[in-house]
Every structure is written in structure tokens, then in C-alpha cells.
Design a protein around this ligand. Sequence first.
Ligand SMILES: Nc1ncnc2c1ncn2[C@@H]1O[C@H](COP(=O)(O)OP(=O)(O)OP(=O)(O)O)[C@@H](O)[C@H]1O
Ligand SMILES: [Mg+2]
Length: 406
Amino acid sequence: MYSVVKYKDIIDLQDEDTIKRYRLIEQLSKGFTVAHKIAQEMDHLLTEQLELTAGKPHNDDETDDEDTGDDHMPVPPVTSRKPQSRTAISTELETAFRDLFAALKDQKPQIIRYELPQVTTPEMEKPEIDSFQQIVDDLVLGSNVFLVGGAGTGKTYLAEVLVAHKALGRQHITINCSQWTSPIEIIGGQSMDGYVEGKLIEAWQRGYVLVLDELPKIDPNTAGLFNDALAKSKTPNAIIFNARKESFTKHPDFACIATGNVYPNRDSMAYGANNKQDLSLLDRFSGSVYLIEKNPKIERRIIQNDMLWSVCDKLRSAVEELKYEAQLSLRFMQNARDAYLLEMQRHKSEGSDGVKANEGKTFRSAIDSYLSTFTDVQQQNLKQRINYPGLFSNYQYRALPTGKLI
Ligand SMILES: Nc1ncnc2c1ncn2[C@@H]1O[C@H](COP(=O)(O)OP(=O)(O)OP(=O)(O)O)[C@@H](O)[C@H]1O
Ligand SMILES: [Mg+2]
């Protein structure tokens, strides 16, 4: 690759001839990169000339990497010629310049264009998720995104609703990955009802966001079917093939988000059903992996009741501190909140038509049900931490103002 960057600060101080030569080279290299020996040789000669002018002896042993930044390839040593003076270099340059023109006359330079897509995010209130804009940017740029986080932290919702639908304004199509996910679901195949098209193919040709939910759970051999497509997410008009070997051209809106409880390159005690995946698959997401953690701000906004959130949060902290292998997710909080709303409705109309507040699902029964998955000793420890007796013995919490944190 030919670089002109290194002269730009000093070129205007040079004599007319040098400036002219430089401008020509600059023009020549505009819009394309020249991986050409003569151009590199000219580059080297010009450097020598400039250094001579500046009074700095040129050292042929110097590697070019030192002063040129990393935006071009190292220039190979100039052939056997080692001009010593400005005039000698000038003559060499003229010859090299003629050679370059002659050489380039019959050679089509490779034009490399980067057209960055427009980021047009529909008007939406940005959620309080740290990496939200980065995730959207990645997808707009055609990078595949991997969201990693504990159960119920909101990965699937983030992928399907917030990013695909709200931020990008695109439809999504989801593959719920497990060891039973079949190639038919991915690239199509024969079913009892005839040929069905794969979801990867559908998303690819229609420009949907492909959500690979719980990707680490998929069989690593099946996962290999994504490799070809996901390597080409950035390539305009890239082609992939379905199970019938029919070709499909990529729609510019195709994007891919994978989710998982663990990044699938290591074993996890808590998430045993995940498989280790090939590094080739993981490479498709490298640089675009985001950790999605519990987010109290979002939880509180969703639950809309600080008292309930606070009890759940205390319980979750206790589980974490005591290192019990369990999760308390936003999903549980939502269920507990729904139970509470129903319970309070009954509580208000208690007595009329024989309605009893304690009958049916209550906030307490939701917590009890959660606790029942622990051993007796663990339950006692957890109850102590959340002041269970005080809070639940007489359903004290019903008297608490809902907005008050306890
Ligand atoms: N920003 C949000 N606004 C509203 N609801 C949300 C938000 N984030 C998550 N939720 C809700 O929280 C619950 C858990 O979210 P979600 O299913 O996306 O979690 P997850 O991280 O994919 O969990 P898992 O690892 O178990 O699949 C869902 O009911 C979802 O609708
Ligand atoms: Mg999920």
C-alpha cells in the first residue's frame, strides 16, 4: 500500500520540483492503493530526498515502520541503487516515475471504496443500557453482535424489541438454539409438509435481524452452518446457498444478534447445557461481544413498585452473597409484581362476595415458590436476610406505601 501521509507536514517547505512530484504522486494514489514496487521505490527515494534536504542522513537499514504510522505496508528495501545526492535522487525519481506510468498504463488499479451506511435510528427514547448505541452501530456497520449475560437480564428483549424493532425499525426472525436445533431450521430442508425455507435464508434475503437466541446451546456441528453467512454479513450482495443449493443474495438490512448465558469458549458450572463452540464461529462476533448485566434502573422502571423491587433485590443479593447456584431474574420480578397486583385488588375488595385476599396467588406465595427450590437450610438463611418473618407473617407489606424503599 502506498502512503502519502508522512510528507504532508513538510512538503510545502520543499522546492517547486519536489512539491510538483509529490502532488503527482498524491494524485496518483488518490482513491486507490498501489501495491506496486515502483511506487514504493519512489516513496523511498522521495523520503531520501526530503531527508537530505532536511540535513538528516538517510539510513537504509531503517525500517519504514518507524516514522510512517501503521497505515501502509513496510516498504521493501530499494533495489541495489543507493543514490547519495539530491541530483542523483532526482534523476532516479524521474526514471522511476516514467516506469510507474508505463507500468500502470496497462494495469487497472484496484479501487477500494468504503461506503458507510447511514445510521437512521427511528425516534426512540434510548434505554439505559450502557452499550446500546454501540450495539446499534455494530449492526448498522454489518458486524455480528453477541450479547452475554445471566438468565433474565433482558438479552432477548434487547435484541428483538429494543434493537431490531425500535432502534433499527426492522423485523426479526429468531432461532431458539438448543442441541435439537436442526439444519432445516437454519438453511431449509424437507419436512413432513414439503420443503421449508431456513430462517437464516429468510433473514438473509429479506433483510431481517436474525436473532440466534441462546446460541451457545446449539450443537457445535450444526453451528458450523452459520459460519459462511456470518463471515459475509458486511459484504454487499454476498451470496449463500440453501439446502437445495439455490443461491440467495444478501439484503442490505440483514443483521445478526446472538445471545447466550456464557461466552461459549469455556465451561460453566451454572449453565451446563451450553456447548463450547468452534473458535471460527466465535471469530464472527469478535469485537462485538457485550456483557448484559442486571440493571436496577431498568428493573425499577419496569416493576414500578420500589417495595417489591427492593424485596426481590435483597433476595437476589443474598443468593449471590451466599454463593447459591441460582438466579433471581427480572422475569421473576415481573411475575411477583403481577401476583402482587392481583392480590392487592382482592385485598381492596375483601369481604364483598366472599373475596379473600390470601386466596390465590400473592406476592408472598411467589417468594415462597422461589424459595422452595432451595434446601431447608438455605431457605432459612435467605429468609433471615430479607427479614421474611417481619415482612410476611401478617402480610405487613400490604400496608407499606408502594413507592417506599424498605
Ligand atoms: N428494557 C425492558 N423493558 C421492558 N421489559 C423488559 C426489558 N428488558 C427485559 N424485559 C423483560 O424482562 C424479562 C426477561 O427478559 P429476557 O427474556 O429478554 O431475558 P434474557 O436475558 O433473554 O433471559 P434468558 O437468558 O433466560 O433467555 C422478559 O419478560 C422481558 O420482557
Ligand atoms: Mg433470552
